[in-house]
Design a protein around this ligand. Structure first.
Ligand code: OXD
Ligand code: MN
Length: 609
């Protein structure tokens, strides 16, 4: 296709003048081109061809061991004023960032190919879709972009003569972790990323554009870019309810998005619209509509199995790129959580070293991944192509907390829901470099992904709510409560449908709930406690309320809120105060008690009336 857009041509020429590639290859997105890129990946040792009989169309990539996760300390929001980036982002002045990065990019593509990757985020022809162009010297990145986005001519056709496209310049550089930068210039719709090839740092469509830059754009244009899955839940009568759910990275969004209903949920079906990112906007009918801007899944391999996520196992059976998983001598892949290997002879780990299963070392890196097309998912929802998106009935804010936070509860109002999202705390996972299992604040699961001051972001959420005459109900969920022995109480995975069913009932003004100081809680019976196999003690923990713990949590929010100074919307302070007041006036007799066998919620029922 002839490139007629002058702004695109000029920008690519300028970036080529800076980086000096040996050649420039414009990608059109065709199947033939994809095959050539795969061949180039194998030739240049970026990819290993897997067993084409057992894994047709699948390849393995091994990254540098120092480049295996998102590096938040190297990620910057480069707004003219530091305050516009806010206290939760790393900030660098745009002039300084441009100067630093231009020096690093200078001549970096000598001896390399620059791939020009035009891509479309969102359905073809949708007024909500947006175009990006990524320039990269990594064939691995180019291949991943072909899976993760609608890539090639389709994007340039959508763009037409417009100058509004997100400019992304990426180079693996020297992979030097000391000089790794992922810089966002929202005011210029520009992203520069150097010295990493890891998905979240290098596939600029994903976290960089679809969340950081898009959240900033959404604020200007009246919509929200969120770290959320989108799923449709079809009930036995054929009614489909759409849900969006935010969870911090590696907390099970992908598994939930394509959950397989357990046998007793006869007649229920799940439709997966997306597993990671939702763009949400108020519709003319006062409801909130969502599209998934992506075209593939970039999922965490360890823990993905026939038991935990059979639909994903079917999805990745072909045409999938694996990164940093283990490999058997017959070139089949393996990771922790799959069935035990019958024979580990000749098996190599994620770094290609002979693996000794008794060594205590993992075969696959804990953040090893697969990239696979959404359309291969057996429960792929055709609404993914819908240019208006799907209407959202419920928004879930999920966290990973071993203590305090109940399995599920519902907010009293949109503003209370924004408060629940804004005060989300979660234990860290391997998706980002750094310690895992540490509790950190992760508002709306967007801490690493919000492209502007989060105080303004909360205000924007409240503003969007005002435009919704029929807003989604909001919930907090936590599948990760543990007992005194440190074991998970809730089985999770398919069983999460019990929770989803209650949530849908609530959206349809059904579903038993008890009014408590923190929100509406289900009764164990409303969640099908009899069939769940969980003891009454277990239910007491899952749905109990620790008043002292909640008062402490509310007090600890002061420090977090104060970070934002006067920019923080007063509504959040008010919600916090209202929670404290409700907790304080909660009749002592109604507190979860040690009364033999009395589940906390049963006691609470007397209080809630
Ligand atoms: C992801 C992440 O890869 O959240 O989706 O880190
Ligand atoms: Mn994610």
């Amino acid at each position: 296709m002839e490139i007629t857009n002058a702004a695109v041509r000029t920008w690519v020429e300028n970036m080529a003048r800076l980086t000096h590639p040996d050649q420039i290859v414009w990608l059109n997105g065709s199947d033939e081109e994809y095959r050539q890129l795969l061949a180039e990946g194998v030739r240049s040792h970026a990819l290993i061809e897997l067993n084409q009989h057992k894994h047709p169309g699948c390849y393995l990539h091994r990254s540098h061991p120092s480049d295996v996760a998102r590096t938040e300390q190297c990620t910057f929001i480069c707004t003219p004023s530091k305050d516009d980036a806010g206290p939760t982002n790393n900030w660098m002045a745009p002039e300084k960032a441009y100067a630093t990065l231009r020096k690093l990019f200078n001549g970096i593509m000598r001896g390399r190919t620059m791939y020009v990757v035009p891509y479309l985020m969102g359905p073809k022809g949708s007024p909500f879709s947006k175009v990006g162009i990524e320039l990269t010297d990594s064939v691995y990145v180019a291949l991943n972009m072909r899976i993760m986005t609608r890539m090639g001519d389709v994007a340039l056709e959508h763009l037409g003569g417009s100058t509004q496209f997100i400019k992304g310049l990426h180079s693996v550089g020297t992979l030097d972790p000391q000089n790794r930068y992922i810089c966002h210039f929202p005011q210029d719709l520009t992203i520069y990323s150097i010295n990493s090839g890891y998905g979240g740092n290098a596939l600029l469509s994903k976290k960089c554009f679809a969340l950081r830059i898009a959240s900033w754009l959404g604020r200007q244009e009246g919509w929200l870019a969120e770290h959320m899955l989108i799923m449709g839940v079809e009930d036995p009568k054929g009614k489909i309810t759409y849900i969006a759910a935010a969870f911090p990275s590696a907390c099970g969004k992908t598994n939930l998005a394509m959950l397989q209903p357990p046998a007793e949920f006869q007649g229920y079906r799940i439709w997966c619209v997306g597993d990671d990112i939702a763009w949400l906007r108020p519709g003319p009918d006062g409801r909130l509509y969502a599209i998934n801007p992506e075209a593939g899944f970039f999922g965490v391999a360890p823990g993905t199995s026939w038991k935990t996520n059979p639909n994903m196992m079917r999805t990745i059976a072909k045409n999938t790129l694996f990164t940093n998983v283990g490999m058997a001598p017959d070139k089949t892949v393996w990771w922790e959580g799959l069935d035990l290997l019958a024979d580990t002879g000749g098996f190599v780990d994620w770094q290609g070293k002979l693996w000794d299963p008794t060594s205590g070392q993992k075969a696959a890196h804990p953040n090893s991944r697969f990239t696979t097309p959404i359309k291969q998912c057996p429960v792929y929802s055709p609404t993914w192509e819908d240019s208006q998106g799907v209407p959202i009935s419920a928004i879930l804010f999920g966290c990973r907390r071993s203590k305090l936070v109940p399995l599920v509860y519902e907010a009293f109002s949109w503003a209370h829901g924004v408060y629940l999202g804004a005060t989300l705390n979660s234990e860290t996972t391997a998706a980002a470099a750094g310690a895992t299992g540490v509790v950190r604040r992760d508002p709306m699961a967007m801490l690493p992904f919000c492209g502007y001051n989060m105080a303004d972001y909360f205000a924007h959420w409240l503003e969007v709510g005002k435009q919704l005459t029929n807003p989604p109900k909001t919930f907090r969920v936590n599948w990760f409560r543990v007992n005194d022995q440190g074991q998970f109480i809730w089985p999770g995975f398919g069983e999460n449908l019990r929770i989803i069913r209650w949530i849908i009932d609530r959206c349809q003004d059904r579903g038993e709930a008890l009014k408590t100081p923190i929100g509406y809680l289900p009764t164990p019976e409303a969640l099908g406690s009899e069939e769940s196999g969980i003891s009454s003690e277990g239910w007491e923990t899952l749905l109990g309320i620790d008043r002292g713990g909640w008062l402490d949590a509310a007090r600890r929010q002061t420090e977090f809120f104060e970070k934002f100074g006067v920019r923080l919307p007063a509504a959040l302070w008010e919600e916090r105060q209202a929670l404290i007041d409700r907790l304080k006036s909660w009749p002592l007799a109604a507190r979860p008690s040690a009364e033999a066998g009395a589940p906390a919620v049963a006691v609470e029922q007397r209080w809630g009336g």
